[in-house]
Design a protein around this ligand. Structure first.
Ligand code: BGC
Length: 758
């Protein structure tokens, strides 16, 4: 069938089904009517996204003469502008002073909450709670739209299996199944069911594609990956976002098979638009069009034409489109039709947001006071934080603490507002955050708590300087290390229990914050070692934006609670867990290696032709001479104050047909002394297939709350697509044969059953 026929048939079908609504026609009419009036220059103008500066910007570019450009019809959208008054002012310039009165998109990076900052995304992912994640996105949308924003550059869904990469903090971790579910929940939360509502905003899936697989974990670095791995492991998350109806997509900085994403036609047009059916707009990342000059693909005119011809619609701050596309049309390097098409997608996004009906829809001055930083939002932030914490180690039932205990609260992050919010929270205010010391006093007013800093976050002035780009995240105390340490030791000696709050500064992770050493800085390691010698019960509260290498600390006689960067309510939430008002239930969504040399290490690795048995070293087998293959903490790992037992794993059928779903049942019992929630996980192994299978892959999970002593039968369902994979010819198939199922508390679960696919 030729394309015309296909279009005709689909048109008739849609009409027949009554789906081609009057509204859709209205949209097309309105957008086409506008397009027909636009000059080439005005169309090019719509493809230009600027940031006026003075606000939030990630790069060094600040656009000039923004007002004049809006008047001249040279701007399609702005970011880094917030507040209903400012947004109204910007829209007014567009509506009253530009020839065609086209309203502006107003973008922003709302990565983990707007003013009510939630935990970093790697933390909220550890809750495995899709309803909670959706609720956070809804709340972020409510706050951001109250402040004039209609377009969010989130969710970041990039699969990350290299914790050296600082941006692992911004995503959901290493797994495509969980990552896809989280991406879907976030998009539904941001966009709601009707983008025209003033409290919903357009979401952006980013960064397409493979950004998280940068070589060596160094930000912006090249990516080299075969198609089978790409389709099976890295692409499903972006596709899930498209399936969830995301309004826009952002290209990444890296190259894919030698062509940077922003100029990669295979990626933007063939994969995203044709294979996945994406109909929204595609925006570049910050100056990523211009950066193709440094990549070695030609001058600005050449790379801008490359990007447009690849299918990119909007150029973020680089102004390559604005300054060169007209010339490229004149020289026959791009067609006017391609520019019209890009402009059409941007105008359609504006239509979808309701901006043509009311350009001031998101400029309601009465909203910020009631919608931003409400008690309800802060309550949600506290709940989200508690659910994100992961208990990494229990030592002699030290946790939870008595609310009357005499506590030595020590460490550089124990009383530090500047590092609670975490990376890429540019709209949040660190001064509004609750530090741990304050949270302890709020939750346990009768406890006798004394605080000492004990150590600097780092004693390395260069590291401190680099972490301080967005404010003073790292202060190097003028007092000597000895003085700081002695103060902490003295407190510790006079207490019942030591709580040491240590880890990374917010800006040790995030964009352009890759590290090759993932241990705690020496200053903090020393403090922990010395404290542990005192012989008092000890709790390590660990903050970080990524998996760290903590074998040394794991060997200390202490319990360890991982709290990420927990957001505005950090201190209160940490206190809730430490004092037992809340039993921790978070599970890691990225594997924690023993050392940096083990990277990459993740749960869905393959067997190889020379697997080892358990962690025994064997010559001529796939292992290292100096470290075992297993990580320190596997994917899905996390403890609770209570214990959970798994029994009676049953599968509904031992043979199933193609396209049949299958139910799995398991009894989970709370066998310990506290009520608590458990995240039950299901892993699948396709035993034999036409391309080498991973040893196990996550294919199901559910969170269940159990009172102490209680047993519940948990049901998990494998859907037909869960058995499928992309084969060597990139067909999505399920191959007949044996499958094994493992169900349990983390990715090393041993309880097993099996079935056959006919
Ligand atoms: C980041 C994007 C972000 C953009 C705009 C870039 O540096 O890679 O994730 O959306 O800046 O702030």
């Amino acid at each position: 069938m030729n394309t015309l026929k296909i279009k005709l048939v689909s048109f008739i079908l849609l009409f027949g089904l009554g789906l081609f609504s009057v509204k859709a026609q209205e949209k097309i009419d309105q957008v086409e009517a506008l397009l027909s009036k636009m000059t080439l220059e005005e169309k090019i103008g719509q493809l230009n996204l600027l940031t006026p500066g003075g606000g939030i910007a990630t790069g060094s570019v600040v656009s000039n003469n923004v007002e004049a450009k809006i008047k001249a019809g040279q701007v399609g959208g702005l970011f880094g502008v917030a507040g209903p008054e400012k947004v109204r002012q910007a829209q007014k310039i567009a509506i009253e002073n530009s020839r065609l009165k086209i309203p502006l998109l107003i973008g922003s990076d709302i990565i983990h909450g707007y003013k009510t900052t939630f935990p970093i995304p790697l933390g909220t992912a550890a809750s495995w709670d899709l309803e909670l994640i959706k609720k956070m996105a809804e709340t972020a949308a409510k706050e951001a739209t109250a402040d004039g924003i209609n377009w969010n550059f989130s969710p970041m869904v990039d699969i990350a299996r290299d914790p050296r990469w600082g941006r692992i903090a911004e995503g959901a971790g290493e797994d495509p199944f969980l990552g896809s579910a989280i991406a879907t929940a976030m998009i539904k939360g941001y966009q709601g069911t009707n983008l025209k509502k003033p409290n919903t905003m357009m979401a952006t899936v980013k960064h397409l594609v493979l950004y998280g697989a940068a070589e060596g974990g160094r930000d912006y670095n090249s990516v080299d990956m075969g198609k089978v791995k790409m389709y099976n492991q890295y692409l499903p998350v972006y596709k899930a976002a498209v399936d969830a109806g995301v309004g826009s997509a952002m290209t990444s900085f890296n190259d894919i098979d030698g062509v940077p994403a922003s100029g990669n036609k295979w990626m933007i047009t063939d994969l995203l638009r044709k294979q996945w059916g994406f109909e929204g707009m595609v925006v570049s990342d910050y100056t990523s069009v211009n950066e193709m000059v440094a990549h070695g693909l030609g001058d600005l005119q050449t790379v801008s034409a490359l990007a447009l011809n690849a299918g990119l619609d909007m150029d973020m701050v680089g102004e390559g489109f604005l300054t060169t596309l007209k010339k490229s049309v004149e020289e026959g390097k791009v067609s006017e039709e391609s520019i019209t098409q890009a402009c059409r997608r941007i105008l359609t996004a504006k239509y979808n947001l309701g901006l043509f009906n009311d350009p001031y829809l998101y400029a309601d001055e009465s909203r910020p006071e009631k919608d931003i930083l409400s008690q309800e939002n802060r309550k949600l932030a506290r709940e989200a934080a508690r659910q994100s914490f992961v208990l990494l180690k229990k030592h002699e039932n030290v946790l939870p603490l008595q609310k009357s205990a005499k506590i030595a609260l020590v460490g550089p992050l124990a009383n530090n507002k500047n590092n609670m919010l975490g990376t890429w929270a540019p709209t949040g205010d660190p001064q509004l955050s609750v530090p741990v010391f304050e949270g302890f006093k709020n939750v346990a007013p009768k406890a006798k708590i004394k605080y000492a800093k004990g150590a600097n976050i780092t004693n390395d002035p260069d590291l401190a300087k680099r972490a301080n780009v967005f404010g003073t995240r790292v202060e190097i105390d003028e007092r000597s290390s000895e003085t700081l340490l002695n103060e902490a030791l003295k407190l510790a000696e006079n207490s019942d229990v030591i709580v040491a709050v240590v880890g990374e500064a917010s800006e040790f992770s995030g964009e352009a914050a890759s590290r090759t050493n993932l241990s705690l800085p020496e200053s903090q390691k020393r403090m922990l070692t010395e404290l542990s010698k005192i012989g008092k019960p000890m709790v390590i509260v660990l903050m970080s934006g990524r998996p760290l290498t903590i074998e040394d600390e794991f060997a200390l006689p202490a319990s360890i609670l991982q709290v990420w960067h927990a957001g505005i309510e950090a201190g209160n939430a940490i206190a809730d867990v430490v004092f037992g008002d809340y039993n921790p239930s978070g599970k890691l969504t990225a594997t924690w290696p023993r050392n940096v040399g083990q990277i990459p290490v993740y749960h869905s690795m393959k067997n190889t032709g020379r697997p080892i048995e358990a962690d025994n070293f064997q010559k001529f087998k796939s292992n290292y001479l100096d470290v075992v293959n297993t990580p320190l903490f596997p994917f899905g790992y996390g403890m609770s104050y209570t214990e959970f037992g798994y029994k009676n794993l049953k599968i509904q059928k031992s043979q199933i047909a193609q396209m049949e779903a299958v139910e799995i049942l398991v009894d989970v019992t709370n066998t310990g002394d506290f009520d608590g929630a458990e995240i039950v996980q299901l892993y699948l192994r396709d035993v034999v297939r036409s391309i080498t299978p991973p040893l196990r892959e996550l294919k199901g999970f559910t969170k269940v709350f159990l009172k102490k002593g209680e047993t519940k039968t948990v049901k998990l369902t494998l859907q037909p697509n869960d058995l499928k994979f992309y084969n060597g010819a990139l067909e999505f198939v399920a191959e007949p044969g044996d499958f094994e199922i493992f169900v349990g508390t983390n990715s090393q679960a041993e309880l097993k059953t099996s079935f056959k696919l006919n």
